[in-house]
Design a protein around this ligand. Structure first.
Ligand code: ADP
Ligand code: MG
Length: 339
């Protein structure tokens, strides 16, 4: 008798420097999927971009690198061109370029497979810190002051910044990246070149923005039949800013929910929903803010269309606080793909 279970393909790993973050997220997502309801195929993308059919973490001989041990490669064509059968639901638990930026979403669109998360346009827009800032400012969404540069213009960055209204400290970032990779806080012109060199390793487009002294507040959005918005959470970085190590080595402290008044909560929730809608997001997103109560108020920092799913990640923790367990959250997301 044919199985009544739905097929799910968990796509993870990937070519971005956030590969290992994705593997960690995926191993938790895998464990949370109710296996009596879903048949899960694990597809790990290695650093060269090859797709491998993988063993589940608990059957792996190397639990820390659970996935890329089975060896056998498989093409998207073999995976998705199933004659007559219903297509699997794909959960692309991928972060950063070539995963969260619309590229994988475009591939999935061409195979007409349902997938969890935002589509091509939204994924690409939200990934690119320059383009997302441009769209948000066109719609009057408050943000820090910023400028963008291409690698070809880098010789004149210091001069351009000095003659601009931007004031130190500044943040220098690659336009397309995540997990704070390539991000630097710069106190004076003397440190600008090093920061630019670092950011340039990841993207020829670089964003330079003013430092916000605000609190770091994040809001989770989950779209099933309607849009649900979590209470805000707060990150108190353990380092000078919320760096890679801080994010994954448990250096930062998360306050869930954040200590805010009722009216502050409704302001940030409504801003987060505006941003989600403006950026054409689908299924899920985490909208990140700086909050300067005595100054600029709420400033949108960025939108993550595939936020981290490790047990210490803000996105699942915010839903847990709202009474949605990690397992229920994963099922809701899988169901959002079949709409
Ligand atoms: N303009 C800014 N003002 C203050 N802190 C910032 C600013 N930009 C980034 N940061 C700090 O750097 C971290 C990473 O920057 P972010 O823009 O969120 O990049 P990523 O996409 O890598 O998460 C933020 O969480 C925050 O701690
Ligand atoms: Mg961030």
């Amino acid at each position: 008798m044919a199985s009544s279970k739905s097929d799910v393909v968990l796509l993870f790993g990937g070519q971005s420097p956030e590969h290992s973050v994705s593997c960690t997220s995926a191993s938790h997502v895998y464990s949370a999927i109710p296996h009596d309801r879903y048949n899960v195929t694990l597809i790990g993308i290695d650093q060269s971009g090859n797709w491998h059919k993988c063993l589940p973490p608990d059957e792996s001989i190397a639990p820390k690198e659970p996935f890329l041990v089975s060896g056998a490669t498989i093409s998207a064509d073999e995976l998705f061109t199933t004659s007559g059968n219903t297509k699997p639901i794909v959960f692309p638990v991928l972060h950063g370029p070539n995963g969260e930026d619309g590229t994988i979403q475009g591939l999935l669109e061409t195979f007409e497979v349902p997938y969890v998360g935002s589509g091509v346009l939204s994924s690409a827009l939200c990934m690119d810190k320059i383009k997302s800032k441009e769209v948000l400012s066109a719609h009057g969404i408050p943000q820090v002051s910023w400028m963008s540069f291409h690698a070809d213009q880098l010789a004149s960055v210091s001069e351009t910044i000095e003659s601009s209204s931007l004031e130190f400290p500044l943040f220098v970032k690659p336009a397309n990246m995540g997990s704070s990779i390539g991000v630097s806080k710069v106190l004076s012109t003397a440190d600008l070149d090093d920061a630019i060199e670092k950011a340039k390793n990841y993207d020829p487009w670089i964003i330079v923005e003013e430092f916000s002294p605000g609190r770091e507040i994040e809001v989770a959005i989950l779209e099933t039949n309607s849009i649900a918005i979590s209470k805000p959470g707060e990150i108190v970085p353990g380092a000078d800013f919320y760096s890679f190590d801080d994010k994954y080595e448990d250096g930062a402290t998360l306050h869930i929910p954040a200590e805010l008044s009722g009216s502050e909560i409704s302001t940030v929730q409504s801003l987060a929903e505006d941003v989600f809608t403006l950026m054409r997001c689908k299924s899920l997103a985490r909208v990140d803010f700086f909050y300067e109560p005595e100054g600029a108020g709420w400033l949108v920092n960025e939108i993550n269309t595939m936020p981290g799913f490790t047990p210490i990640s803000m996105y699942p923790k915010l839903w847990q606080e709202a009474g949605i367990s990690y397992e229920d959250l994963i099922v809701k997301l899988l169901e959002s793909a079949t709409r």
